[in-house]
Design a protein around this ligand. Structure first.
Ligand code: ZN
Length: 177
């Protein structure tokens, strides 16, 4: 951060505010403390019979690689609303029966992924502006070498392991650099 988002001053210093334990960016003009906290990424693992819907990314990073529909949560929405919204934006997918399935912390980039299992309502999915292609994959068809992010790879791994047993417990884990 180069300028105070409250008063526009460039007089920002990194300091531990009184009563705090962590260095914060503090404006020396208006004294606003600019807290920076982790972001939540929310998304879905859309199911249709024995297939999973993946999106081929039309944006950087990882252009041309495959991912599950997911993105940053917006203000004033719930986590599941965010997952439904992202699935529509990226895959034009209509989903129901959302069930929280994976929560993965990525402390090195200060993000938390929250991924829901969800049922596709129909087969009217299509690429949104951020996707080159959207299609269903059976387990054997999953392009494991072309999955965009480790967190998505792990989510898919949990899913196919669990599908073998028919039990889908919530998985809470972390990925470090
Ligand atoms: Zn300021």
């Amino acid at each position: 951060m180069n300028y105070c988002s409250h008063c526009g001053s460039a007089q920002l210093i990194l300091t531990v505010p009184e009563g705090d334990t962590i260095p914060r960016c503090v404006c020396s003009e208006c004294h606003t403390i600019h807290y920076q906290n982790p972001k939540i990424v929310t998304g879905c693992l859309p199911e249709w019979e024995d297939k999973i819907l993946l999106c081929k990314r039309a944006i950087e990073p990882r252009y041309g690689l495959w991912t599950l529909p997911a993105g940053f949560m917006e203000n004033n929405e719930t986590v599941s609303q965010g997952a439904v919204r992202e699935s529509w934006e990226e895959a034009r997918a209509n989903l129901e029966q959302l069930s929280l399935y994976v929560m993965i912390s990525l402390p090195y980039i200060s993000q938390v992924y929250m991924m829901f299992r969800a049922q596709l309502c129909d087969l009217t999915f299509a690429p949104g502006p951020e996707s080159l292609e959207v299609r269903l994959f059976t387990q054997d068809e999953i392009p494991w070498e072309k999955i965009a992010f480790p967190v998505i790879q792990r989510t898919l791994t949990y899913y196919f392991q669990d599908r073998a047993t028919g039990q889908f417990p919530l998985h809470v884990s972390e990925i470090n650099r």
